[in-house]
Design a protein around this ligand. Sequence first.
Ligand code: GRF
Length: 191
Amino acid sequence: MKSLAIFISGRGSNMQAIVTACKDGILKGLAQPILVFSNKEEAAGLAYAQKAGIPTEVIISKGKDRKTFDQEVVKMLHQYQPDYIILAGYMRILSSYFIQQFPNKIINIHPADTTLHQGLDGYNWAFDKKLTTTKITVHFVDEGLDTGRIIKQEVVDLSGVSSLEDVEQRGLAVEHKVYSQALKEIILDHS
Ligand code: GRF
């Protein structure tokens, strides 16, 4: 059984989907969430995690430089020793220091094809370009911005969408499935 530390900054809908997959879905018996961490105390997803009985930790990032903050997070993680760090809407770029502590253990979901669009606002990008399809990417995190090795991609059908909200809704439905599928593949590959 692999242990997951899930990092969030807000809503946490991907975190919830992964927690559900661990409990009753495709990650059952393969993975378990041992920690939900947030850099923002107001992150809505924290309440869900607490209700689900998952330990939560908050270290506020605001006003701290990247390395100082990441050193605190690494120290906190020592108590948990997760097999994987799962970024799920974690709105903070990780320092090289952090990434080097966990080689091939940090995984992210990106709401676009990372070979075509990096950084924020993947759904705005697809909507503005009037794409009829886009891709969700689950990838390892390296020291670049959304440049790590791709684990899995899944197409989102955007035909007929009329608003950014439509794009997000269709995209998130795919995200909630593909993240757990990608984690399953990685876990089975490495066990
Ligand atoms: C998702 O679209 C994810 O791809 C991106 O940030 C959003 C987080 O949503 N990295 P949620 O917090 O998981 O609901």
